[in-house]
Design a protein around this ligand. Sequence first.
Ligand code: GCV
Length: 675
Amino acid sequence: MGYSMCWLEYEKLSKKEVERYSEWFESLAMLGDVPKEVVEELKKFARESLGVQLRTFTRFLKKKRYILVGLLNSLPFDLDASEQKPEGFVLKTLKVGNSSVIVLTGKTRASLVYGTYELIKRVRLGEDLESLDVLENPKVRFRMLNHWDNLDGSVERGYAGNSIFFKENEVIVNERTKDYARLLASIGINGVVLNNVNVKKKELHLLEPAYLEKLKKLADVFRRYGIRVFLSVNFASPMHLGGLETADPLDKRVFEWWKKKVEEIYDYIPDFGGFLVKADSEFNPGPHMFGRTHAEGANMLARALAPFEGYVIWRAFVYNCMQDWRDYKTDRAKAAYENFKPLDGQFDENVIVQIKYGPMDFQVREPVSPLFGALERTNQMLELQITQEYTGQQIHLCYLGTLWKEILDFDTFAKGRGSFVKRIVDGTIFGMENGGIAGVSNVGDSENWTGHDLAQANLYTFGRLAWNPDEEIEKVVKEWIVLTFGKKEKVLENVSYMLLKSHRAYEKYTTPFGLGWMVNPGHHYGPNPEGYEYSRWGTYHRANWEAIGVDRTSRGTGFTLQYRSPWREIFDDVNTCPEDLILFFHRLPYTFKLKSGKTLIQAMYDLHFEGVEEVEDFLRKWEELEGLIDQRVHERVRERLRMQLEHAKEWRDVINTYFFRRTGIPDEKGRRIYP
Ligand code: GCV
């Protein structure tokens, strides 16, 4: 096969487990229309993990134990389904005559697929099946992966090989496509954007019949697993493809062109999800070019898609990327709010505004974007970056679940206490039901899909949190480890330790205190304290000999004023601002005293030394697992951890040296810093 199946490798279970579970998996009763994917998956698991052949029947059985699958309306008995949403499933162990039956049911094909993976997962985690009573609904409507894949097979910000969808301008549909769909369905993903948001010349043609025909084949595979496909589109497509001299959203000819195009797409892909649009952003065309608003642009596309239940996902990543570094008034952090807040209430129902988690761009730490909670009458989708552009590019171990959890749990106070980001994207706070969570995919055609084997945990966690943002992160981590490496106590202990500490460690040895950005321009790997200091991207820290940071308070750029109370006051005041964001919001002298009593500069030095020590610790913990984990995986990860350690030292020394040379303030502990 040439690639692993990540958390879906069905390894043989122990003898005791086989005894405990196999009877269930000998017989499957199917009532009505049961997707073949469900049967295939159950058979595969029964065979590979339990060593039994699952036999299928289309009636009730006399067996002591068996599984019964059917859509809710095919079941002859009444299960209270009032709480069940279209994608939700029920898993219930019932007594039927003398039999004990695990009933898996739901309202749609997708619900049965989700329930199948849940049942298998429970067995692999060693859970009880005798008294199942599960009703699970996804909390979030759109659970999406955004691929930044290009037709030539390259992946923008991809660190796991080439695209699994495209190669040399061809669309790839093969066994791996199906396996990818299986992986995604097993974590509840229901939408995939196939191509990069930067839609360049070649990718424009994805909207043409020659490509649509091939994309149809991809969509046919995904559909069977409950996943709709979406495309990123270039707003100026009517000009490039349709020969119009304008793409003005209010021009009738433009709308007609899109309408026709959309009809054509749905001829090929009847459940096509819709468009993702990066407009007026980083040189991509958009409605501003024609003097129109983002709402006018998005709604025009939305009206073409509405008859087919298609959606427009419109990115809020809009800012001036031609800033002059000498300009102290413009603050990039303010841009998304300034562009979109005034449009609240103007977007159609099938438009979703996709907002990056922070106001800048996927840094290791940023405050949560103030746009969440500011938009009250707009569908909102949270955008996370699973691919590790600024978080170590899948060379560094950087588990992102802990960060994502903090973001989802952030209380915007939009409608008083409890207005968490997760409650906004799940529609609870403002009743906007078409919300979602999108993650920029970290997948490529490498053997382990994600480059770093442990980066699979990020993909897994993303799906689990998108399905249920209330899930406890420790539980998700444990699940992933057991499903991936089995139940060995030591593996569980060491790997969860490593994962749970890794984001903070990365933050410590790179850019703590919300600084961000001190990376090499372009590829964004490795330290470069002034790499973005004199450029046009609006990402400055303005360090001089006595102070560092941008004053984003009400006395400075005013960014804090975009937050609701009490955050605006909390962030505004240096005494209450969370210290891990203190340099995002404040400009401070290096001698500023932190709550610990340390000066900022000393804390900066300390964190950098600590961060490297933590990576040494990760490496030790991993070494201890030799012989307990598949040898090839063990070697691959060890190799990456060694590189991480080297590169973490580079970060430590470059950043510490930079600050020492700026300030002349020595490390109190006398450690080596290069003068
Ligand atoms: C796809 C950052 C990345 C770009 C990316 C952009 C975006 O600027 O560096 O590669 O483009 O974000 O999210 O649109």
